[in-house]
Write a protein that binds this ligand. Structure first.
Ligand code: NDP
Length: 286
């Protein structure tokens, strides 16, 4: 039975939540409340602190007690991937799960909506399709895997996909995991000197520590679009660097966060919320 069918048989709103640790900073409850108001869905959505070793017990009891669906964030995404009974093709490629639900047979299904969230943001909110473009991804962690998994589903693929990582072997491992689905060029930062790119996506956690990967300005093609998966009230170091060196667009990851939530919401509720107005509502006023 879908969540929406279950609602018809019950007067109580279906419960949703995001689980992680730490979680008190999460914007997801606000985002889902705005989606619910916009689409007139009667749901509740809360942020719940779940410690690493309590993950499986919590998820089991959540669904056993009629919970409608869970978002999963740091540090549980890999654990959620291992725990799900079924994983969608994009979650399987990403090896990480950020959305859990039960299917009609009561099996725990894991999906990964992070990459679709980023692509929706680029395409719908910034008019930047990546089909035919020279794409550079910085970092070879879970977030980059999620984006590549979503790209694997695109009918119109980039002209080339390069992944640069501080630890080259990790980028090479990622490229071989995607073999047969995407052709990925794995490089170290030193190898970026001679090439230019139309779209550069920062999927490193360097911005979190106020750091910047070692990038040369010559890698930015004219009209280059730079995207940082991280977001903060002030522009990240990577976005400041991009602007200083003439990038046409410098976009932070707020739209990705709202985009991944929108895909999860529509999986659970069967209606697609509009993200642009929610981005406006959450964007700090200048
Ligand atoms: P991981 O820990 O899995 O990967 C981190 C990556 O960053 C690795 O490739 C690591 O390189 C690289 N890295 C870390 N520090 C530096 C540095 N100082 N210089 C160069 N490279 C560095 O993290 P995730 O993939 O889960 O997340 C990455 C980023 O994406 C985070 O900032 C996260 O907040 C953001 N994110 C945003 C989302 C959104 O909705 N907006 C959703 C998901 C993630 P190495 O392999 O060499 O260690």
């Amino acid at each position: 039975m879908s969540d929406v069918e279950a609602d018809k048989q019950s007067s109580a709103p279906t419960r949703y939540a995001v689980i992680g640790s730490p979680i008190s900073h999460s914007k997801s409850p606000l985002i889902h409340a705005l989606f619910a108001a916009q689409t007139q869905q009667a749901i509740t959505y809360e942020a719940i602190e779940v410690l690493e070793d309590d993950f499986e017990r919590f998820v089991g009891s959540w669904f056993a007690s009629g919970g409608g669906g869970l978002n999963v964030t740091v540090p549980h995404k890999e654990r959620a991937f291992a725990f799900a009974e079924i994983t969608t093709p994009r979650a399987t490629l990403a090896r990480a799960v950020n959305t859990l639900s039960l299917d009609s047979a009561g099996r725990l299904v894991g999906d990964n909506t992070d990459g679709a969230g980023l692509l929706n943001d680029l395409i719908e909110n910034y008019d930047t399709p990546i089909g035919g473009k020279r794409l550079l991804l910085l970092g070879a962690g879970g977030a980059t895997r999620g984006v590549l998994a979503a790209i694997a589903d695109l009918p119109n693929k980039p002209a080339s996909i390069t992944v640069a990582n501080r630890t080259l072997s990790r980028a090479q491992g990622l490229a071989s995991d995607f073999e047969g689905r995407l052709e990925i060029i794995a490089v170290s930062y030193d190898d970026l000197q001679q090439h230019e790119y139309d779209v550069v996506i920062n999927g490193t956690s360097a911005s979190l520590g106020g750091e910047l990967p070692p990038l040369v300005p010559s890698l930015l093609a004219p009209d280059c679009c730079c995207y940082d998966m991280m977001y903060s009230a002030e522009p990240t170091l990577f976005l400041r660097w991009a602007k200083e060196h003439g990038a046409a667009k410098a976009i932070d990851g707020l739209g990705m966060l709202i985009g991944q939530a929108a895909v999860a919401f529509s999986l659970w509720r069967g209606v697609e919320p509009k993200t642009a107005e929610v981005i406006l509502a959450l964007r700090p006023k200048a």
